[in-house]
Design a protein around this ligand. Sequence first.
Ligand code: SF4
Ligand code: SF4
Length: 320
Amino acid sequence: MREIVVVSGKGGTGKTSLTASFAVLAKRVVIADCDVDAADLHLLLAPRVQERHEFLSGHTAVVRERDCAGCGACAEVCRFGAIIGRSGADGSPAFAVDPAACEGCGACVRLCPVQAIDFPERHCGEWMVSETRCGTLVHARLGIAAENSGRLVSLVRREARRRAELSGAELLLADGPPGIGCPVIAALAGADLAVLVTEPTVSGEHDLGRLLALAAHFQIPAAVCVNKWDINVEVAERIERASRARGGHVVGRIGYDAAIVRAQLEGRTAVEAETPSAAEIAAVWARVRRLADEERAVPLLPVTLAARKAQSFRKKETTK
Ligand code: SF4
Ligand code: SF4
């Protein structure tokens, strides 16, 4: 079983649209929506939920008003300003925890002289296993203002891997989170191939550089795809040159395609709706699939070496 993770430096590059098309083109695939902060793969794959599980992570303090002696020690010790003092019904001081501000450190629980603070596990969202027209989808919904999305990504990925192994699937395809933070690391580490989707803008170029460094750090081969390449041909070419210089595999370009949005409004992917870019997407997928299977899909250079190569490449570019 091969694991391919599609990531981008920021949201809005077309990563999820592309992943959904890849899922349609792939055979015997298990799909993981690891973009748990803004999960939207389900909008295109119309999942039928088979299992629903609670996601508990960390703890939240809760003051039991009837047992509280009103000493205020908890409010003093809380470094996050999460304990609010007010007047009780009889005018005596009362204290309550703001759950959105509580970081779950537990200091107030330990300090309360009358053990009037409960410390239950925090409900942070839910994760689901669904069936779709492309295969099994493991996905999640993170609660409003809930944290620990890296842990939820790890959970979704672990569960998707387990399902893929049990069903004998040849491929695990993951829609990764944008950026280079904790959730991306949780989605990327240990994968067989990272598909880096970018767009030809200065920020897209910069974000891609950071993603290439991240993939190099984890020794993961990186396939680079410039989406909407025709909105700035010069930057698209510069991105491809820089990617090659840093050991990335350029797997193709996809042109700007307004028909994709219309297809999405109907709940269809670009390849199903046969939009103008469908053939380009299919060609990119064929190269990605080949690359994931190739034993010689060598990982990127370690970050320090890659950084040195990138530096000498930039020098050459500026002296041209
Ligand atoms: S430390 Fe305990 S008793 Fe004192 S105000 Fe807080 S909850 Fe009440
Ligand atoms: S658990 Fe920590 S962050 Fe939460 S209210 Fe208590 S002291 Fe404040």
